[in-house]
Design a protein around this ligand. Sequence first.
Ligand SMILES: NC(=O)c1ccc[n+]([C@@H]2O[C@H](COP(=O)([O-])OP(=O)(O)OC[C@H]3O[C@@H](n4cnc5c(N)ncnc54)[C@H](OP(=O)(O)O)[C@@H]3O)[C@@H](O)[C@H]2O)c1
Length: 300
Amino acid sequence: MRTFQMGKSNLQFSRLVYGVWRLADAEDTSIKHVREKIDLCLDQGITTFDHADIYGDYECEKLFGKALADDPSLRSQMQLISKCDIALMSDKFSDRRVKFYDTSAEYVRASVEQSLQNLSTDYLDLLLIHRPDPFMNAAETGAALDQLIDSGKVKAVGVSNFEVWDWRLLQANMRHPLVANQVEMSLLQRDAFTNGNLSAMQLDSLTPMAWSPLGGGALFGDTPETRRLAPIFERLAQEQGASVDHVALAWLLAHSANILPVVGTNNPSRIKSLSNILDIEIDRETWFELWTAAAGQEVA
Ligand SMILES: NC(=O)c1ccc[n+]([C@@H]2O[C@H](COP(=O)([O-])OP(=O)(O)OC[C@H]3O[C@@H](n4cnc5c(N)ncnc54)[C@H](OP(=O)(O)O)[C@@H]3O)[C@@H](O)[C@H]2O)c1
């Protein structure tokens, strides 16, 4: 699998990233089963794993970390992303009155320490601020993020769901470069392609990462959009000897901005063939054929 250099850093991530959000939803969450999924990814060169402190009501990092504790040799074969700043309403935090964002230095540092402990590791390859915090003190947050990189606990920092004005404010208060912005992008969520977000990421050297690249599975539901897309997916899948979900992911990979899809399937039989996506060709006209079907109208 090709690797990709993240932003202005020298970090190399795999071209496909495996997202761990749904890990705790699986029927089997034993170490053996988690390890099986990790191995299926690593065997194909999918070496980058996307976590967040809150996934699975704060349980996913721990489930994954058990596999790393069981076999510490795994850590050097992978890159770990985690995120922080969303404070969820949860039985684990019964004193919370409301869901909120927290980018204070104290919260960010404590969250990273907890993620390191959960994941049985002493560093994260990438820490993302999960959502823009309207109450952010950019000087305080920026300094805390710089310190985390200086300490070696985090190799690089990026953002998620940020608009250009959000990340430029944070970047103006940091010495180290922000290297990524993870936003929702798929055939069902195309805003970033036209609202300036993807352009600004390229201008500012933030690697674009696409969460829910299959719309969380909604691309294969039964809606007007999916009914228009399905016959095109099927034709392309047949022409290229691929599956329809692979065609949908290849649509993102075809873009010149080098978008890294963060794939979320929990199904081992789907995981084991993910790298085939890299062989699918989507030319310009096909890219727009899919866009047009998804939008329900031709471009202006
Ligand atoms: N930064 C953020 O704010 C943010 C937000 C959400 C997610 N994320 C990240 O993005 C990752 C991916 O998100 P996601 O899980 O929503 O991604 P996704 O890949 O768009 O959706 C995965 C879902 O689609 C289903 N699916 C896959 N192929 C299918 C097919 N051929 N037919 C029907 N269903 C199919 C999967 O079911 P099976 O499991 O049965 O295959 C799974 O439920 C997460 O794990 C997380 O790391 C980040």
